[in-house]
Design a protein around this ligand. Structure first.
Ligand SMILES: [Zn+2]
Length: 314
C-alpha cells in the first residue's frame, strides 16, 4: 500500500516536471522564420537610398555652369609663346629708374623683392661659373672653353645673346649637349632693357627663345635664367622677367674681360680670377680674348685641389 502511494507520487512528480519543461523551453521558430533560400530578396531600404549610377549625373544638370578649365587672372595679357598670363597694367607704376650692378654693389630691396641672384651660399666652398656669350672674337674659344670644362667635369651657366645663337647654332648645341645651363642675355645686346616698352622687352625674350628653339630642335626647352645686359636694369624689367618665368642672375665676381680689343695676358686674368674667390661666388666671365681661356686651366685646377666644387643654376 505504501509502495503504491510512493509510485503514484513519483509519477505525478515526473508529469509535473515534464509539463514545467514544456513551458520554460522557448518555442523554436526555426521552421517558420527561416526564409526560403530560393527567394530573391528585394534590396534593402539602405541600398535603395544610395544613388544609383543613373541618378548621379549632376554634370548633366549643371553643365552650363561648370567652370572653365583655365582660370584667367584679372588684368591679364596672354603671352602666347610661353602660354601664360601676365599683368601688364601694373608696369606703369613700376620704377624705370636705372639700377647699375657691379660686383661690389649692395643688393637693393627691389632686387630682393624679385629674387635676383647675385651670390650663393656664403657657407659653402662652391663656385658658380657663368659666361656671357655675345660674339666669338677669337675663333674656337667656345670649343676650347667647353673642352677645358669637360676635362675637369665642371658645369657652368651660359648666358646667350640671341644673335650668337643665330650665328653659331652648332656651338649652342655643343654647350647644351655638354650639360651646361642656358640663360637669356637679350636678343642683340642693345638697347638697354629699361629703355624698351613692355612689348619690345617681352618680344626681345621671345626672339631669343625662338632662335634657341631652332638651334636645339627637339631638345629645346625654354630658358629659366636671365642676365640683363651691361649690368643695368630697372624694377619694371625684373617684374616682367619674373612674370615670364625667368630668374634674374647677376654676379659678385668679375673683372673687365669683356673688351675684345684689350688683351691683358693670362697672368693678369689669373690674378683677377683668383682675388675674387669666395664661398658662393657667382663669376661673370667673357671669352672674347685669349686671356680667360689661357688662365682658367691653372685657376680651376687650383680650386679643385683646394676642395672647391662648381655649381650651375638649375
Ligand atoms: Zn653682355
Amino acid at each position: 500500500m505504501r509502495k503504491n502511494t510512493l509510485l503514484i507520487l513519483l509519477i505525478c512528480a515526473i508529469t509535473l516536471l515534464s509539463s514545467c519543461d514544456n513551458t520554460t523551453v522557448p518555442p523554436s521558430f526555426t521552421d517558420t522564420v527561416t526564409p526560403d533560400i530560393t527567394v530573391t530578396l528585394p534590396p534593402s531600404e539602405s541600398e535603395t537610398d544610395q544613388p544609383s549610377q543613373t541618378q548621379a549625373e549632376p554634370s548633366q544638370t549643371f553643365e552650363t555652369i561648370e567652370p572653365s578649365p583655365t582660370v584667367i587672372p584679372p588684368n591679364s595679357t596672354y603671352i602666347d609663346y610661353y602660354d601664360l598670363y601676365i599683368d601688364l597694367t601694373v608696369t606703369d607704376e613700376l620704377s624705370r629708374e636705372q639700377i647699375s650692378w657691379g660686383e661690389k654693389s649692395n643688393k637693393t630691396e627691389v632686387m630682393e623683392k624679385y629674387n635676383v641672384r647675385t651670390s650663393m651660399d656664403p657657407e659653402k666652398k662652391e663656385i658658380y661659373l657663368t659666361f656671357n656669350l655675345g660674339y666669338e672674337h677669337v675663333r674656337g674659344n667656345t670649343e676650347k672653353l667647353l673642352e677645358l670644362l669637360k676635362q675637369r667635369d665642371i658645369l657652368a651657366t651660359f648666358f646667350l645673346v640671341g644673335e650668337f645663337i643665330e650665328i653659331f647654332p652648332e656651338k649652342v648645341k655643343a654647350i647644351y649637349d655638354d650639360g651646361h645651363t642656358l640663360g637669356a642675355h637679350s636678343y642683340y645686346h642693345i638697347p638697354p632693357s629699361y629703355t624698351m616698352t613692355d612689348e619690345e622687352y617681352i618680344d626681345d625674350f621671345i626672339k631669343t627663345e625662338k632662335l634657341l628653339e631652332i638651334a636645339l630642335k627637339d631638345d629645346y626647352e625654354r630658358m629659366r635664367y636671365y642676365r640683363p645686359i651691361i649690368g643695368e636694369f630697372c624694377e619694371r624689367d625684373l617684374y616682367i622677367a619674373q612674370s615670364l618665368g625667368y630668374t634674374t642672375v647677376l654676379f659678385d665676381a668679375t673683372y673687365s674681360d669683356w673688351n675684345r680689343t684689350v688683351i691683358n695676358g693670362a697672368e693678369f686674368a689669373y690674378n683677377e680670377l683668383t682675388q675674387d674667390v669666395h664661398e658662393g661666388a657667382v663669376y661673370q666671365l667673357h671669352i672674347v680674348t685669349p686671356d680667360n681661356i689661357e688662365a682658367l686651366p691653372v685657376f680651376l685646377d687650383e680650386l679643385i685641389n683646394d676642395g672647391w666644387t662648381f655649381k650651375i643654376f638649375e
